[in-house]
Design a protein around this ligand. Structure first.
Ligand SMILES: NC(=O)c1ccc[n+]([C@@H]2O[C@H](COP(=O)([O-])OP(=O)(O)OC[C@H]3O[C@@H](n4cnc5c(N)ncnc54)[C@H](OP(=O)(O)O)[C@@H]3O)[C@@H](O)[C@H]2O)c1
Length: 333
């Protein structure tokens, strides 16, 4: 929208008043706003002013915004990196860079659930070879899975990897990234037969339920916590590593004592992409570029479970939080 101000007298020069006609462009866009803390019901679709980029930032016309469990946590006030309300959630997008028209994907600190977003240029990556209608849900999970497997667990070719919630966004991507990095055997854990079937389709060699016996593994990728964490922990071989991403079950992992871990020779490695970015943006962006090459080579393509219109962001988050989804969810502005 633009607003026109017809001849406006804004000053006098000498004895003559000077009429000046100005147009003020106040462009507006649609965005999802968390008006207060709570569940998905606090989200509102609003018209807000277009964001304006500063130094070192780019404005992106969003094609797709990825939905993540962290968005739910940010609504609840339980995601450390989220701003206080009112704010627009959303940690990743695909889209077109303003000015250049270049196709890009971006990792954000907030603001993705909108028609436009401002991004730190260090976390905007070329997406020329990618399908923008899918890639909005790719960067966050691909980068997280890569950091977990390659940097934290230091996966070596042939090792066995156990992935919990293996049909979910991070889980299904971890299965793909583990195979791409040379894992010998990948075991996917998930709650239902349909989800286990989904994990197998992402490349898992074996899929088990949470109550099934767990085979011995070298590496665990866990974002569920609670009892699932305990069961996965019991399966780790000596010299094994367990990367902890979060607690979608609502129960944070109860990490055993120094002595208990030392007896078993197991490494427990909590990881947060947001905190790593906050503490060392340059290194995070550099390694993210390596991770995203897995997308460009076609070796990793996180599955998209469903795309919702932007206005249905609350429904998407409701389904994510109640275990009704597989793969990644997207919003289309
Ligand atoms: N640290 C990081 O940098 C980072 C980055 C990305 C994600 N994460 C974390 O990784 C986890 C997965 O995130 P995501 O966005 O990819 O979500 P997601 O895995 O697509 O969805 C969550 C999954 O968790 C499982 N789950 C188990 N108990 C649950 C419960 N009580 N309520 C809801 N879900 C439950 C469900 O799979 P089943 O039905 O198969 O159990 C569900 O589908 C989250 O903990 C998230 O915070 C962390």
């Amino acid at each position: 929208m633009f607003i026109t101000f017809y001849p406006t007298w804004i000053g006098e020069y000498g004895s003559d008043a000077v009429p000046i006609s100005r147009q003020l462009w106040l462009r507006k866009m649609k965005a999802i706003v968390a008006a207060r803390l709570g569940g998905p019901e606090v989200l509102e679709l609003r018209e807000v002013e277009d964001p304006v980029g500063g130094a070192g930032e780019v404005v992106i016309d969003v094609v797709r915004a990825g939905v993540n469990f962290a968005d739910l946590l940010s609504l609840r006030g339980r995601y450390a990196a989220a701003p206080p309300p009112p704010f627009t959630p959303g940690l990743e997008v695909s889209g077109v860079e303003g000015g250049s028209g270049r196709p890009v994907i971006a990792l954000l600190t907030t603001g993705g659930f909108a028609a436009k977003v401002v991004a730190d240029s260090r976390f905007v990556f070329d997406a020329t070879e990618l399908d923008l209608e899918l890639a909005g849900g790719w960067p966050l999970v691909t980068v997280t899975a890569f950091f977990g497997l390659s940097e934290m667990a230091r996966l070596r070719p042939g090792e066995t990897v156990l992935v919990t919630a293996a049909a979910g966004g991070l889980g299904s991507t971890s299965v793909q990234v583990a195979k791409a990095l040379g894992a010998g055997h990948v075991v996917g854990m998930a709650s239902t037969p349909e989800k286990r079937e989904f994990a197998l389709r992402q490349g898992a060699d074996e899929a088990i339920g949470y109550d099934d016996p767990v085979p011995p593994v070298d590496i665990v990728m866990d974002g569920v916590g609670g009892k699932v964490f305990q069961s996965a922990l019991s399966s780790v071989r000596p010299l094994g590593r367990m990367v902890l991403f979060g607690a979608s079950s609502g129960q944070v992992p109860e990490i055993p004592s120094f002595d208990a871990l030392r007896r078993r020779n197991i490494g427990i490695l909590p990881f947060s992409l947001g905190m790593l970015r906050a503490s060392d943006a340059v290194r995070t962006a550099d390694l993210a570029t390596q991770a995203l090459n897995l997308l460009r080579s076609g070796r990793v393509a996180p599955p998209i479970g469903r795309t919702f219109p932007l206005a249905e962001a609350a429904q998407a988050l409701e389904m994510l939080g109640s275990r009704q989804t597989v793969g990644k969810l997207l919003l289309a502005p």
